[in-house]
Design a protein around this ligand. Structure first.
Ligand code: ZN
Length: 366
């Protein structure tokens, strides 16, 4: 497992490098070619290919969908400053935790199941190339495969050192508020100008004021830009806001609040772009039931499996929002996603793989 993982990590695969993603797809395809008769690539406009591996099961039994992503947040060349490294049971490298180890675990779990063939039910593994940028090209494909699945198991990293699975994730919205003012000379003609920057400053406090952190609702105006020169009253400014929420109701309330914003200076204009990018993954009865099955499977394997709610979104948000039973965080145990210290605990890989296989067997039987 470790040597497979190393090859996948050393084949870098940032979301914006379609050729590199295709190379990784070729590696995975070669590793699995002898096991599955049906491996196909999906062309996704602007990105590398998506990879779908289908394993047939008994006729008419519903399918399980394993879901993961091929892309990482690290630009090409990161491997030189952040090389593959094995140290004290920790495996380091770009994307090792989020989520190449999850891919390796899924492949080994499927191979383990195939060894006891026939498979208890049909399984599809879908790996998409654009998750780290919000899955703009693959979302429809993911939703199509999820719709007729009995359950979706997401191979994203587990939460915390004890490897909890994720039974709820916040939703994400992104807004850009464009402010147009009136340019003028700051010295000669100050009063004829209407500053887009001053207007944006008023708006930004109103936006931040919609946050309710104690209720899990946050608005982060994480990016602001505007103006051209100190001696020009600014004609343009822009605020980009990242919103995280627990429920669809919170998202609707924020959306209404942001759309109600009006300019303080009537000479300024506001234009709002954006909206919800990922619906919230709320802990449904079906997800709770899936979690209980996974926890039981873990106990059989001799370890406890906790559950956690997290702030980051994944493609599990899409499938959970469709009402398909979804369990996330079934991938690797480690820490430091999206950061130079990212690592996976090597000793956890076999039992996480066994857990995934056990869970598929349990699900096939119900
Ligand atoms: Zn991820």
């Amino acid at each position: 497992m470790v040597s497979t993982l190393r090859r996948y990590v050393e084949q870098e695969s940032p979301s914006d490098a379609p050729a590199a993603i295709a190379e990784l797809v070729a590696l995975i395809t070669a590793d699995f070619a002898g096991f599955s008769p049906r491996i196909r690539q999906h062309k996704l406009s602007g990105f590398g290919p998506g990879l779908q591996i289908d394993l047939p099961g008994p006729r008419r039994a519903p399918r399980l969908l394993l879901l993961g992503h091929l892309d990482t947040v690290y630009p090409l060349g990161t491997i030189r400053t952040m090389p593959w490294r094995e140290q004290r049971g920790r495996l380091h490298g770009p994307g090792v935790f989020d989520m190449k180890a999850g891919i390796v675990q899924a492949l080994f779990a499927l191979k383990a199941l195939l060894a006891r063939s026939p498979l208890p039910c049909a399984v599809s593994l879908l790996l998409v190339p654009d998750e780290e940028v919000g899955s703009p090209a693959s979302r429809q494909l993911t939703e199509r495969l999820a719709r007729d699945a009995r359950a979706v198991l997401v191979l994203e990293p587990a939460a915390g050192p004890e490897g909890a699975c994720k039974t709820a994730r916040k939703g994400i919205a992104r807004y850009t508020l464009r402010v147009s003012g009136v340019a003028s000379h700051a010295g000669l003609d100050f009063e004829r100008g209407a500053s887009a920057i001053v207007e944006a400053a008023c708006q930004v406090t109103a936006i931040a004021g919609l946050s309710r952190p104690t209720h899990g609702l946050t608005l982060n105006p994480g990016l602001i830009r505007g103006g051209t020169r100190p001696n020009v009253v600014a004609a343009e400014a822009e605020i980009v806001v990242d919103v995280r929420f627990l429920t669809a109701r919170q998202a609707a309330r924020v959306d209404a609040g942001i759309r109600k914003l009006r300019p303080h200076d009537p000479r300024c204009r506001l234009q709002l772009l954006g909206g919800v990018e990922r619906p919230p993954f709320e802990r449904s009865q079906a997800t709770a039931r899936l979690y209980r099955m996974a926890a039981q499977a873990a106990v059989q394997l001799g370890f406890p499996l906790a559950e956690a709610a997290v702030g980051g979104g994944s493609d599990g948000n899409f499938t959970a929002a469709l009402g398909v039973p979804t369990l996330d965080g079934l991938g690797a145990v480690g820490d430091g996603a999206h950061a130079p210290g990212e690592f996976v605990l090597a000793r956890e890989m076999p039992r996480r793989t066994a857990l995934l296989a056990e869970l598929m067997i349990t699900l096939a039987a119900v």
